[in-house]
Write a protein that binds this ligand. Sequence first.
Ligand code: HEC
Length: 130
Amino acid sequence: MQKVLLISLLVLSQHAQAQVIDGKALFAKNCAACHQVGGTGIQGAFPALKGNAYIQGDPAAVIGTVLKGRGGMPMFASSLDDANLTLVINYIRQAWGNKGLPLRAEEVQAVRSQSGAGDVVEQANLTTVH
Ligand code: HEC
């Protein structure tokens, strides 16, 4: 019994670890050019995500910002699916000492459908549109 518990704990923690790594990679690829790898942003141009109360607060607001973009920030509704958005948002909520509670893909899905931000555009569609 204890062994089973130990093994499931191990599997769980490896799963959580993998999510952090994926979130980090997604952040490096999609966000770090502006917000910087350390989440510090660039003063006067890109807000810091590290220590940012908004990032750690209301999940729906953060999801909406990343889905639809804002000001000089591009929208990600058409390039990141719900699973990847969940990973990258959970990463910024918890990286660099941030303490935001993690959210679930269902919450991202709900905000996406309510906001009318649209779905991920498949590569195939991208080529036929132009
Ligand atoms: C091209 C540059 C750029 C990229 C790439 C970018 N952002 Fe931003 N981001 C901005 C700017 C500029 C703002 C401030 C927008 C405003 O309110 O005027 C911002 C704001 C935000 C905010 C709101 C911060 C606050 O305090 O209100 C969040 C959350 C955020 N970005 C997350 C992300 C995530 C996650 C990614 C990657 C998936 C990303 N950003 C990619 C430029 C960028």
